[in-house]
Design a protein around this ligand. Sequence first.
Ligand code: FAD
Length: 317
Amino acid sequence: MKVTEHLKAAKSTLFSIEILPPLKGKSIQSIYEGIDPLMEFKPSFVDVTYHREEYIYKKREGGYLEKVSIRKRPGTVGICAAIMNRYHVDAVPHIICGGFTKEETESALIDLHFLGIDNVLLLRGDSIKSEPAFIPEPNGHAYAIDLVRQVGEMNQARYLHEDINDMAPTNFCVGVAGYPEKHFEAPNMGSDLKYLKQKVDAGAEYIVTQMFFDNSKYFAFVEKCREAGIKVPIIPGLKIMTGKKQLLGLPKIFKIDVPEALADEVEKCETDAQVREVGIEWCIQQSKELMAANVPCLHFYTMGSSEVTRRVASQVF
Ligand code: FAD
């Protein structure tokens, strides 16, 4: 089922999760161990992130350094197929521009279509750590909207370089990302919303937000989106704080604010176990307020901590 069909059929706020593929060489068992405890809350869909290659330097004989390209977390498509097969829950692979040519994207989408995976979350991806800004692949896409357009073409049975009749259309439901605290590269919120609206006008059917810890930012974002003419469902993304390091790490990586009240509570903690309790309580309150406002779905960034997600879900679903 498509994400939008789940949202339309819902009588109350849905539950969904995002997981990361395991590190290369690790077993898929870790994925199942993360999802099993959350199945009692009947996730409507499970997103699986995509991680592009990174470059590392390996020391070789004679002392010279070789630049090597590695993918630390491969397996997104395989994990999606495994999840659908094992749990009969819809999987949503993330597809990114970074590192892909248009042809490679097309091949990945054909694989997904053949596997019966009809949902995709389309993203630009971040720059490689060694690059100061995002550089598209030669013959690749520069922005998420270009991916939305490519999928739109395939949904109309138009493939790259082919102009013969009788092509089978794909049937993808497309989600895109939105940023309640603005995407860090956008010069201002107005500009970010303009491009978000373009993604929706190009065919995106729903938006999933970046994590936020202050619900007022989400509510203000939804209001601004509606004013800008963006009418699709906007699913809030939630992360539970689980360690003291995240107080500095999350704002640095995801360019978001941690509200003073939460930061003060975390700073008082002496152990990460105490931080987890603070994080769980904060997220329960966030979730309850969002559900009271009838948000379509609560989408949890589990980031390898399904136990804390289970604790929150058990209090709100
Ligand atoms: P875009 O929509 O392309 O926007 C990028 C920036 O360019 C924005 O500042 C926007 O305002 C601007 N912009 C957009 N269009 C134009 C245009 N035509 N001209 C000029 N400027 C423009 N990353 C991964 O690598 N893998 C994942 O699995 C992943 N999952 C994510 C899931 C969610 C829900 C979210 C919120 C983020 C995720 N990310 C992931 C991170 C994401 O790739 C980064 O935030 C990336 O920097 C931006 O992606 P985007 O799709 O929002 O980009």
